[in-house]
Design a protein around this ligand. Structure first.
Ligand code: ADP
Ligand code: MG
Length: 306
């Protein structure tokens, strides 16, 4: 279904995507996992063929760089930043996009039903919850019934109930056989939605693996934040990744998603390679769905795992 070979995209000196290859079967679901700046958004843009990149990407055998329009017609894309007119009503917004894509407006109604928004047509966009807005974006992406859905951090701006709505909707679409690629910072989402994970760092593919390998025990995954001498952080992240740990180079320290009963392992692994962990803290359980009434930390999980 999707075949990427030696994809490279440079912005001046920065190799945002660096010689990256992967395959995804029809009906598969692939998560892009990596810190901020790892190249996830750029890779998504390469898939959409929005700018020239080296290497080849084929969707159902069609070369994105040669037949961009044809290839893009196979993708429903939900960008990271949504742009809707706040005054527009949901029904007219989706009809507008149906006309733009030259599909029957009846398909707009089907698309709304697919994301569970039927009956909300007369609501104004500004009155929708975050989860509903995100599902509207998904409905728009689905209008022409594309076989592939591509989403860039679809839940990063949502609260826990909005996240639940979006994840449930995406799960339903998966069961209908859609092929999916999405960027995410949340282990719980990746575990629920993906069957494969591309671990990316500085544009490179570190490994193509599965959620089961990254997080062997689906329950009791904890987020551990490690504090290391600043100059050593990058090296430490590499060592942990090579050791099979799911790590994000966060704004503060390194965040490792780890099973409850293995919490000391990342520190031992680093110590064995001569890297000293100065301090650590345990963030709240990433599997936990409800926000605590009095949250201990104010950052949303998406920030913490960055
Ligand atoms: P991610 O989505 O994983 O956070 P991005 O794909 O946005 O990462 O960015 C990858 C790298 O490419 C970063 O170093 C970023 O600064 C750089 N980059 C992304 N888009 C542009 C652009 N339009 N111009 C210059 N540099 C860019
Ligand atoms: Mg991004």
């Amino acid at each position: 279904m999707i075949e990427a070979r030696h994809v490279t995209k440079k912005f001046k000196r920065v190799r945002a995507v660096d010689d990256l290859s992967f395959d995804l079967q029809a009906g598969g679901s692939l998560a892009l996992w990596g810190s901020n700046g790892a190249g996830k958004t750029t890779l998504i843009r390469c898939l959409l063929g929005v700018f020239p990149a080296k290497g080849t990407i084929r969707l159902n055998g069609i070369d994105v760089s040669k037949k961009g329009k044809h290839a893009r017609a196979m993708i429903g894309y939900v960008p990271q930043e949504l742009a809707f007119h706040d005054d527009a009503k949901l029904g007219s917004a989706i009809r507008f996009f149906a006309k733009l894509r030259r599909v029957d407006v009846r398909q707009a109604a089907q698309s709304l039903a697919l994301v569970g928004l039927s009956g909300h047509e007369s609501k104004r966009v500004r009155d929708l919850s975050g989860g509903m807005k995100q599902r509207l974006a998904l409905a728009i992406a689905l209008i022409a019934d594309p076989p592939i859905i591509v989403l860039d951090e679809p839940t990063s701006n949502l609260d826990s109930s909005g996240r639940g709505e979006v994840v449930d909707t995406l799960l339903r679409l998966r069961k209908q056989g859609k092929t999916m690629i999405f960027a995410s910072h949340r282990p719980d989402e990746v575990i629920t939605l993906a069957d494969q994970v591309l671990v990316m760092e500085q544009g490179r593919l570190v490994q193509q693996t599965t959620p089961e390998v990254l997080w062997p025990s689906r329950s009791s995954i904890r987020s551990l934040r490690l504090f290391i001498e600043q100059g050593d952080e990058h090296h430490a992240a590499e060592i942990l990744r090579e050791g099979g740990f799911a790590v994000n180079h966060a704004n503060i320290g390194l965040t490792v998603a780890i099973e409850q009963h293995r919490k000391a392992e990342p520190m031992n692994h680093l110590a064995a390679r001569g890297i000293i962990v100065r301090d650590f803290e345990l963030l709240r359980d990433v599997q936990q769905d409800d926000e605590p009434e009095h949250p201990v930390r104010t950052e949303p999980m998406s920030e913490v795992l960055r």
